[in-house]
Design a protein around this ligand. Sequence first.
Ligand SMILES: [Zn+2]
Length: 337
Amino acid sequence: MDKKIKEMPKAELHRHIEGCVRVGTVIDIARRHGLKLPTFDEGELDRIYKLRAPGASLAEVLGMFELAQASFVSYEAIERITQETLEDAYKKENVRLLELRYSPDFMLKNNGLDWQKAQEIINSTLVKFEKASNMVCGVIIIASRNLGLESALKTIDFTLKNKKTVIGFDLADNESAYPSSLYRSAVKKLHVADIPLTVHSGEEGAYGQVAETITALFPRRIGHGVKAADDPSGRTVELIKRAGITIETNPWSNYLTRAVPSIEEHPLAKFIKAGVRCTIGADDPEILDTHLNKEYQLAAQRMGLSAEDIKYTLKCAVEGSFLPPDKRQQAAKELAV
Ligand SMILES: [Zn+2]
């Protein structure tokens, strides 16, 4: 089964570039740029850098992301990290359709780099990789709710300006402190410009937040969405289904952040049974010590997905992708869905 899953061509819609920095790369970039690290020993840093079991404090998790964030120190580093992210997905996980995402304000906050130049480098790295491989890819711009409304507005304008090289927009992070209704008028500009929207919602907090996201923001996809399953009336899941929304699930991530009590209790199988369109992603593979092969193994072995369900998640990924139709068609052929 493991070999079969590894060899299976896959599609992933939910992967943060900031969560894809290899440990060896964190060390190498720190050495080149004279950055401080808790340790320069790869084994030791690996233990500090990766979340392996639920229960880490928020400060520990933030520390992990700060280590990754510090690596985006130059345009050269951004290009290298993007290239390695693509290589890892393509070679190790056999991904044939990949949507990456990043938050320019978070990624570039502390290093004085220009957003526009960074976006151009990320895009050209993707374009080059696509030409040299049989993987199609694109990038989504994220506004980190934690950075405030002003930052979100700036990020929306940046996305509009880069409409030609960006495939979509995402709102991420602290949904409880920054509820979706706060962004109701801000995202209208994106809808007018026909830029597809996905929103991290129902990753924590109450199921009512998912309904709020749908009615306030009209996203085409929702990241995580696990809390929707907590609605005892089943109405939230029904709402997702009726709106034709695709849920980008990230099972291992949800387990590590305690969004679900155990991997067996993840609602992916329940969503599929209810007729909701679902995909499987790895979220932050390096920091969360995961990859798509592992996510699919968990789905098949511990979450009750049949071979047919697995195929369904891949078909939903291709159909729900924000990439243009020609690229989605190419991916459909590669994945045989
Ligand atoms: Zn995410």
